[in-house]
Design a protein around this ligand. Structure first.
Ligand code: ATP
Ligand code: MG
Length: 649
C-alpha cells in the first residue's frame, strides 16, 4: 500500500471525506473524542503527500502550546516535516519579528513582564482602586475588550449593551484601559493581545507585507475553532485575504473561553460564509468507553439554549469499561487523600502516571492534591506542561546554566547540570507538596532533558545544552515532565488520559460563584464539566467535599450539574431534577421526593424532626452543633482508618 493510502487507514468514511476534500474550505463540526484533531492532522499530511501544498506553506493553529507541540509530533510521525503548528500568539510573534522593522519600529519591543504593575499605574493615574483583586479584574476586562475588538472609546457603550459586570464605573474602566495602552506604548512593550493586533494591522495596512506573507502561507488549519475570539478571527482573515483555503474543526459544546471573548459563531456560520465548503459531522466517539460517553451525553444533553449546530449525540465505539465512580467526602483533604489512594491503586494495576489526570476548576484547588500525591510519593506535574519556559524557576535555571556554560568545567553533562541546579532547589529527594515541590519537578525535568541530550549527543557540553533550552523555549516545546497531571479544566481541552479525576464538584466552584444568576455563564460552566468528562478514555471519577477543612462546617452543596448523573442506587444519589422534561416524573412527585431529602447533602431524611428541619443527622443544624461536630470528626477519622470514603461509614 502506498504511503498516501496509509494516511487514510484508521479513519471512518466521514473523517476520510474531510481528509481527501480538495483544497478549499472544509468544516468539521463534531463532538469530543470523535477524531477532529486526528482528521486535520491527516488532512495536512495527505495534502502534503499528494503534493497539493508544500509543508512550509501550511499554517496550523491550535489553542495551547502543548496541543501545538503534539500536532507537530503527530505530523512528523506522518512524514509531514516542516509544517508550522503553533498557537495564534506564537504564530503572530514569529511573523511580527520578521515584519516589525518595516511596519512599526527599527528596534524590537519586549513583551511586558509585569502587566499587573502597569495596570496598577494606570489605575492609580485615573484614581481607580489599586487593590490586587481590582487590578486582576481590570486586567482581565482589558483583555476581554482587546480580544473582542472593543476600543477604550467604545467600551462604556459596549459594556452597557452586553450587560457586563464591569470592575468599576464603565467610564473609569475605559480610562484605565486607555491609560494602560499609553503607558505600554511609551515604554515600548507589548502585551499578548498586541501581538495579534499588530499582526492583523501589518497585513491590513501594508500591501507589500501582506503580499509576501500570503505568498508564503497558502493553507490554513484551525483546531478548536469554537473558541476563536473576534481578534483571532481578524488575524485569520488577514492571513487569508480573499482566499478560502481554510480547514476548521470544532465543537460548539466545548466553548469554554467566552468569558475571554471567544465565540462559536464563526464555526456555526462557516457554511454560510463559504457556501461551497465541505462540511462534515462526526458522531462516533473513539476516545471513551460507552459508560463515559453516556455520562458526557447526559451532561451536555441538559444544556439550555444550544444552537442547532451544537446538538450532536456521541456514539461510543470502544468496548465497555468501568462505570464512572462518584463519591462525596466530608472535607477537601479527605477527598484529596482518597483520590491519591485511588491513583496509587491504578498505578499498582499498571496504569502509567502520565495516563492519569486530576482536573479542577480553579488553580487554587491544586495545592491540596499536590500534598496528597506527595504524601503517597506519586510523581506529578502541574499545569500540564503549559508555559514551562515562563516559570520563574526555569528562567532562573536557564540564566544560571548560561553563566556556568561560560566558565570552564569538567564532567558529564547531566551530573554538571545537577551541580548548577542544586543551589536552586534540586534536592536528592522530592520535597513535600506545594510550590517547592513544583519547583523541584521543573528542575528535575531540566536534568532529564540534559540526560536525553547527553544520550543523543555524547559530546554535548553545557553551552550546547543552554542552546538547546533556548531553542525549545523559542518553539514553546517544553520537556515532558512525567507524572500525574494536575490541570485546570481549561488547560485540559483537546487532551486525553486513561484515567481522569474530576474533583471539587461543589456549588461555588463548578459552577463558579460569580457565574451564579447568569444563565449564560452557568451554561459555560456546564460545558467545562463536559470537557472534563470527555477527557477520560476508561476510568472516570467525580468527587466533591462538603467542607473545606476537617471538622469545618459542612456548608457546601454538591454541584447542581450532578443532579440526575449519580446512579439511583448509589449512596450519594439524588433525585433527577430534570426528569420533568420528558414527563417521567411530575413536579409534585419531585417536590415530595425533595422534601424527604436533606437540603444540605441530599441524603435521606429519617424521622419527623429531620423532615421538619430539612437536614439529616449528618448535617449541621441548630439542634446540637457540638454533638454533630464530634460525630463528623469520628466519621472522618474512622473512614480514614478504614481507607474508605466517608459515606460508607
Ligand atoms: P476533542 O474534541 O476532545 O479535541 P477530537 O475530536 O479532536 O477531540 P481526537 O483527539 O482527534 O478527537 O481523537 C480522540 C481519540 O480517538 C484519539 O485517541 C484518536 O487517536 C482516536 N481516534 C480518532 N479517530 C479514530 C478512528 N477512526 N479509529 C480509531 N481511533 C480513532
Ligand atoms: Mg481535538
Amino acid at each position: 500500500m502506498d504511503a498516501g493510502n496509509k494516511l487514510l487507514e484508521g479513519l471512518d468514511p466521514e473523517q476520510r471525506a474531510a481528509v481527501v476534500a480538495p483544497r478549499g474550505p472544509v468544516c468539521v463540526l463534531a463532538g469530543a473524542g470523535t477524531g477532529k484533531t486526528r482528521t486535520i492532522t491527516r488532512r495536512i499530511a495527505h495534502l502534503v503527500h499528494r503534493g497539493h501544498v508544500a509543508p512550509g506553506q501550511v499554517l496550523a493553529v491550535t489553542f495551547t502550546a502543548r496541543a501545538a507541540g503534539e500536532m507537530r509530533t503527530r505530523l512528523r510521525a506522518l512524514g509531514a516535516h516542516g509544517v508550522q503548528a503553533r498557537t495564534f500568539h506564537a504564530a503572530a510573534l514569529r511573523q511580527l519579528r520578521y515584519f516589525w522593522p518595516r511596519v512599526v519600529d527599527d528596534e524590537p519591543w519586549q513583551l511586558v513582564e509585569h502587566k499587573l504593575r502597569l495596570v496598577g499605574q494606570a489605575a492609580h493615574r485615573v484614581g481607580a482602586s489599586t487593590e490586587a483583586e481590582s487590578l486582576r479584574d481590570l486586567a482581565s476586562e482589558i483583555e476581554w475588550s482587546k480580544a473582542s475588538l472593543v476600543t477604550p472609546e467604545d467600551y462604556p457603550a459596549v459594556a452597557a449593551r452586553a450587560h457586563r459586570d464591569t470592575p468599576g464605573p464603565p467610564e473609569q474602566v475605559a480610562q484605565v484601559y486607555a491609560t494602560y495602552e499609553q503607558l505600554k506604548m511609551r515604554s515600548r512593550v507589548l502585551d499578548f493581545d498586541d501581538l495579534l493586533l499588530h499582526t492583523a494591522a501589518a497585513l491590513e495596512e501594508h500591501p507589500d507585507v501582506a503580499g509576501e506573507f500570503r505568498d508564503r502561507y497558502r493553507c490554513f488549519v484551525v483546531d478548536e475553532y469554537q473558541d476563536v475570539t473576534p481578534l483571532q478571527q481578524r488575524v485569520l482573515d488577514a492571513w487569508l485575504g480573499n482566499r478560502d483555503d481554510l480547514t476548521v474543526v470544532g465543537d460548539a459544546n466545548q466553548t469554554i473561553y467566552s468569558f475571554a471573548g471567544a465565540t462559536p459563531r464563526w464555526l456555526l456560520d462557516f457554511s454560510r460564509r463559504f457556501p461551497e465548503a465541505t462540511t462534515v459531522r462526526l458522531e462516533r466517539d473513539y476516545r471513551s468507553t460507552p459508560q463515559v460517553v453516556s455520562l458526557a451525553n447526559r451532561v451536555i444533553g441538559a444544556a439550555r439554549g444550544r444552537p442547532a449546530g451544537a446538538r450532536l449525540r456521541l456514539v461510543g465505539q470502544r468496548p465497555p469499561g468501568p462505570e464512572p465512580e462518584f463519591a462525596e467526602y466530608d472535607d477537601e483533604p479527605a477527598e484529596a487523600a482518597a483520590v491519591a489512594l485511588r491513583i496509587r491503586k491504578l498505578l499498582d494495576e499498571g496504569v502509567p502516571a502520565s495516563e492519569i489526570a486530576v482536573l479542577f476548576r480553579v488553580n487554587a484547588q491544586s495545592e491540596v492534591y499536590e500534598q496528597a500525591l506527595a504524601e503517597q510519593d506519586i510523581p506529578y506535574q502541574v499545569r500540564g506542561g503549559e508555559r514551562f519556559f515562563a516559570r520563574p524557576e526555569v528562567r532562573q535555571a536557564m540564566q544560571a546554566l548560561r553563566v556556568a556554560a561560560g566558565a570552564p568545567g569538567e564532567g558529564a553533562l547531566d551530573a554538571r547540570v545537577r551541580a548548577v541546579l542544586e543551589p536552586l532547589g534540586l534536592t536528592e529527594r522530592p520535597p513535600a507538596g506545594g510550590a517547592t515541590r513544583e519547583r523541584w519537578e521543573s528542575l528535575r525535568a531540566l536534568v532529564e532533558l540534559a540526560e536525553e541530550l547527553a544520550t543523543a549527543l555524547p559530546e554535548a557540553d553545557l553551552a550546547r545544552f543552554a542552546q538547546e533550552l533556548d531553542m525549545r523555549a523559542e518553539a514553546q516545546h517544553p520537556p515532558t515532565v512525567e507524572g500525574v497531571t494536575l490541570a485546570s479544566l481549561h488547560a485540559a481541552k483537546g487532551l486525553e488520559w486513561d484515567a481522569v479525576f474530576l474533583v471539587g464538584l461543589v456549588e461555588g466552584t463548578l459552577p463558579i460563584q460569580h457565574a451564579d444568576g447568569d444563565d449564560e455563564a452557568v451554561e459555560e460552566e456546564r460545558r467545562l464539566l463536559y470537557v472534563g468528562v470527555t477527557r477520560a478514555r476508561e476510568f472516570l471519577s467525580l468527587t466533591w467535599a462538603l467542607s473545606r477543612s476537617p471538622g469545618g462546617r459542612r456548608h457546601r452543596r454538591r454541584s447542581r450539574f450532578l443532579y440526575g448523573l449519580v446512579p439511583d442506587n448509589h449512596p450519594a444519589a439524588l433525585p433527577a431534577r430534570g426528569r420533568g422534561r420528558d414527563g417521567a416524573a411530575s413536579r409534585a412527585s419531585l417536590r415530595d421526593e425533595a422534601r424527604r431529602r436533606c437540603r444540605n447533602c441530599g441524603g435521606p431524611l429519617v424521622g419527623t424532626m429531620a423532615v421538619k428541619l430539612g437536614r439529616c443527622a449528618d448535617c449541621p443544624s441548630d439542634v446540637d452543633e457540638e454533638l454533630l461536630a464530634r460525630l463528623r470528626a469520628w466519621r472522618t477519622e474512622r473512614a480514614r482508618q478504614l481507607k474508605v470514603p466517608a459515606y460508607v461509614v
